[in-house]
Design a protein around this ligand. Sequence first.
Ligand SMILES: [Zn+2]
Length: 347
Amino acid sequence: MFDFADAGVVARAARPVLSGSGLGALVLAVSGLLVSGQPVQAQPTAMSPQAAQQASPVVNVKAERVSASAWYVQGLSAMGSSANQNFISNAGFVVTPEGVVVIDALGSPALAERLLAEIRRVTPLPVTHVIVTHYHADHIYGLQVFKAQGAQIWAQVAAREYLQSDAARLRMEISRQELAPWIDENTRLVPPDQWISGRTELVVGGRRLVLEPVGPSHTPEDLVVYLPDEKVLFAGDLVFRSRIPFVGQADSGHWVDSLKTLQSLDVAVVVPGHGPLSTEAAKDLALTRDYLVYLRSSMAEAAQNMEPFDSAYESADWSRFEHLPLFKAVNRMNAYNTYLLMEQQAK
Ligand SMILES: [Zn+2]
């Protein structure tokens, strides 16, 4: 059964999480690296893609089996860089008797080619669909490779606003500099062929995939993909493992609620957006949830008491999370964005 876009859902999902966000704030949220809205200076890049590929042995795109039909590749627990080709997120694929459904397209066209090569190790069947869990750069810059193969791209309607935004264009410009030569003038944002609003079932070769919108959480357009027959959940960035989640301008309150919804599914294996797969869904969903709950409670108290952010950040107890990879890189920004959200909600 198919249930496609209706305008009412678009209007609800397009609601901005933070009001008064200028472009600088948007860039701050999508970048995770920048401290201002100013694009960084282009680095001189004398290296060809081939040379750079050889110079980055850390990038090992290798498909691992998740269940009878499902596979995934695991990105690195790192910030995106030229050295790692932006291989910082996971992607999955489901092999059916009639074709392959891919979940997310990785962070550069070169990585998508390598994902395609991994798929070819398993099956010669065509990629029929790519499901986008959300339109963050590290999950979608490889889309054009699958589009060129004739795959249909499906995403949740709330991504429409981002795709048309200055933030998306600016993010691409910055990526062409920060992630050269992997992201260049030929890399483009690929919009979906099919917008999804409500819960949607996709059946390919007798395999049933349930696409469940769960935004606005990590992003307005979050989508998870559930294979009920094999109890596999591709959770996108609703679930981070082995690293601090990236919060950006997330609606962390709804994110916590969505995690509760996911916990009610009958799941044997969770493939997170980042980090290794999990066979202990309840425990592993809890890390992301506990982190978000703590961010919200510590920052809400400060915002209500009109305590300045710096002192709130200093007095918060981060001991449960500071051992996790990327704590230093993203925790302060996550806390700051949450502080702004809480301040907004306290008004
Ligand atoms: Zn991600």
